[in-house]
Design a binder for this molecule. Structure first.
Ligand code: CA
Length: 700
């Protein structure tokens, strides 16, 4: 036994030795801070280089776990804002910033790219791909971008109008540009590219439109297409591109290819260097409803798919929602991990699917290891031994308008999740919400706009029941090996953001109300909070420069303005910012108060009968609500039409059909609407404005 003083002495020595060790480690850390080039070796070794964050999910396994621990459960009380950078947009921000050798790269709304000094936030360069603003028509869920990729001195970004662009990382100058989708077609890129072996892997979005999904690989040097793999079969009168497409065609019926089939790969793409596979998830079928597409499973919509990285040849596919009928894309983040399951070490590919099941697959074969619901669902009771869902027949049938859980926003969506290998927990945002699925009676393919088959104007008896069901949101810690919840935190608003895990026993997450929070990873105890005043959807990330650890996140609320046919959450819309935090940070944010003026009584006169206004309501719900908000009340990202001045009303048709407000992001609907229909919409908008003005006056 040591006496008190001897023990103290020893403790002192230990501290000295430990401090020296920290210094040595810090020096190694500084040396490590110089990746100099992001190549395949660097991308495979990211776990040994925590100072940098050089690929979307931090590593090829996409666990979003950082070994940095300067900010930990003790020191976190000293965490403060180090700097902020104004991104000059009111639209949604979803990107994960990347950091290499003290330079931070991020994308923003409209696919803009920024490079800033990661220590100070000083702008180094910015790049605007000049996306035609009316391409906003071809996105379901805001003009977002989830991030860039780095490789051999270049920065790669996919743009909203479907281009893949390589920029010089030092200057932001364009090196090459490739159009990856039919030009001006209803496709978009919102996801981040991934790179391996000199190839850039990129998918696209658009399955709410008449499109056919695919994933492509481009040569990182030249921008030449290396391979393209479709997710659903095309016109069977033409040769199939592969055996996989021939097999898939047997699971479709009718003339499915005319509406494209959907199955777009709009988010997750993961490269596995061990197997040399590329994994991705596919979106919903187009149109949404099974009965509009015809009988069958409709391979490979709503599936997790593995391809050979060199050729794009399909190795395996696992369909999470056969014959998808509820917009249950399987595009959510995919993650590779090694778990101890029943005493055995197993490599797994994990996904918290929109449909409410947490899937664990064997990455080599695609065989289901297990699937458990992580949220309340009503469309299925479980998964059978063949890996097929045991469905609720009434929810499959959608005979009348049907309340479906999870909602079409998913129990979990694109929001990146993180896995802490020490706690064995996956941290994710979950959404407890329902959709009202009502199939349009006279659905016809629309090649120029969304063509889901959802009756967005539905107001039948089920709606009242549905409106009483209030959505809610949680941060859930999921025990991956046991497939059960370890803990959860109830959030004040249903909406929240992606997560980051660190070796400091911390989980970081942003929220709709603008709070950035840190929780103890083991038990969910709230340790720190910072009010940014800006709704956060994007995932935080972390990096180190000059021996200092930072936590960075994009704050900017946006996304779809409606969920089903009602308003989404109450996320705080404010000018978007890139924020970076460090220990002892003392920077502040200028206070921002969104001033909501009372709606003025409109002066513009337009004769509209009750039945005209009702027709206008249905048209508004179908074509306008997704950006301008349910019942003409906008969340703030996009112009609230109730405030439209007389001048705007005089030019209403020129704007809606003539496209005269294109440069502000308002597309032309000349291929979808007639002049008479535009007047009906205008009548409804004016009615809503009058109503708002009246109720506000009476409540004063
Ligand atoms: Ca979808």
């Amino acid at each position: 036994m040591l006496g008190g003083s001897a023990m103290r002495h020893n403790l002192f020595r230990t501290v000295v030795v430990a401090t020296a060790a920290v210094w040595i480690l810090a020096l190694i850390g500084c040396a490590r801070n110089r990746v100099t080039v992001v190549d395949d070796a660097a991308l495979r070794a990211t776990d040994g280089d925590p100072a940098n964050w050089i690929t979307y999910g931090h590593s090829y396994s996409e666990q979003r776990f950082s070994q940095l621990r300067q900010i930990d459960e003790q020191s976190i009380t000293r965490l403060g804002l180090a700097w902020s950078f104004d991104l000059g947009t009111l639209r949604g921000l979803e990107a994960t910033p990347l950091v290499q050798d003290g330079v931070l790269y991020t994308s923003s709304a409209w696919s803009l790219v920024y490079a800033v000094d990661a220590r100070t936030g000083r702008l180094l360069w910015q790049y605007d791909p000049h996306v035609p603003k009316d391409h906003s028509k071809f996105v379901c869920c805001d003009v977002v971008n989830r991030g860039v990729a780095l490789y051999r001195g270049r920065v790669y970004v996919g743009t909203l109008d479907g281009r893949l662009i390589a920029l010089d990382a030092k200057t932001g100058k364009v090196v090459w540009e490739a159009q990856t989708t039919p030009k001006d077609g209803p496709y978009a890129i919102t996801g981040a590219p991934r790179i391996a072996k000199g190839r850039v892997f990129i998918g696209n979005a658009g399955a709410e439109y008449a499109v056919r999904g695919y994933v492509s690989a481009y040569d990182a040097d030249t921008g030449n297409l290396v391979w393209r793999t479709y997710t659903v079969p095309g016109d069977p009168s033409k040769p199939f591109e592969s055996e996989a497409m021939r097999r898939a065609a047997a699971t479709w019926s009718g003339e499915w290819w005319k509406a494209g089939g959907g199955g777009t790969a709009w988010d997750a793409i993961v490269y596995d260097p061990d197997l040399d596979f590329v994994f991705f998830g596919t979106g919903n079928g187009s149109p949404w409803y099974d009965r509009l597409r015809g009988k069958g499973d409709d391979l490979y919509v709503a599936s997790i798919v593995a391809l050979r990285a060199d050729t794009g040849e399909q190795v395996w596919a696992y369909q999470t929602t056969p014959g998808d009928n509820w917009d249950y894309d399987a595009t959510q983040p995919l993650m590779l991990a090694t778990l101890t399951i029943d005493g055995q070490q197993r490599r797994v590919l994990m996904q918290a699917n929109k449909n409410g099941f947490f899937y664990e697959l064997d990455p080599a074969t695609g065989k289901l290891i297990s699937a458990r619901p992580y949220a309340e669902i009503n469309w299925a009771k479980g998964i059978d031994s063949n890996g097929r869902p045991i469905e609720n027949a009434a929810v499959r049938e959608l005979k009348d308008a049907t309340i479906v859980k999870p909602s079409s926003a998913g129990a979990h969506n694109w929001h990146p999740l993180s896995f802490n290998p020490v706690t064995g927990l996956v941290y994710m945002a979950t959404l407890d919400a329902t959709s009202i699925q009502a199939v349009s009676a006279g659905w016809k393919i629309n090649l120029h706009d969304q063509t889901t088959g959802l009756d967005r104007g539905y107001v039948g008896p089920v709606r009242k029941q549905w409106l009483a069901l209030k959505p809610s949101g949680r941060l859930v810690a999921w025990d991956a090996a046991a497939q059960r919840e370890a803990w959860h935190v109830d959030l004040p608003d249903p909406g929240s953001g992606g997560t980051l895990s660190t070796a400091g026993n911390l989980v970081f997450q942003g929220r709709a109300d603008g709070k950035l929070s840190a929780y103890q990873a083991t038990d969910g105890k709230l340790l720190w909070e910072f009010d940014t005043g800006i709704g956060i959807m994007a995932p935080p990330m972390t990096y180190e420069v000059d021996g200092k650890q930072y936590i960075a996140v994009l704050a900017g609320w946006g996304g779809p303005e409606v969920l089903g046919n009602r308003a989404t959450g109450k996320g705080k819309v404010a000018p978007g910012k890139l924020l970076s935090f460090s220990l002892g940070g003392t920077a502040t944010l200028p206070p921002y108060e969104r001033v909501v003026q009372p709606v003025p009584a409109p002066t513009f006169q337009l004769a509209a009968s009750k039945s005209d206004i009702e027709k206008g309501r249905v048209l508004y719900a179908t074509f306008c609500a997704r950006c301008h908000g349910a019942e003409v009340a906008s969340g703030g990202s996009v112009f609230d039409l109730r405030y439209a001045p007389e001048e705007t009303h005089k030019k209403f048709e020129q704007i809606v059909l003539g496209g005269t407000a294109r440069e502000f992001g308002m597309p032309s609907f000349s291929e979808d609407l007639t002049s008479a229909q535009v007047r009906l919409i205008q009548g409804y908008v004016l009615d809503r404005a009058r109503e708002a003005a009246r109720t506000e006056v009476s409540s004063r």
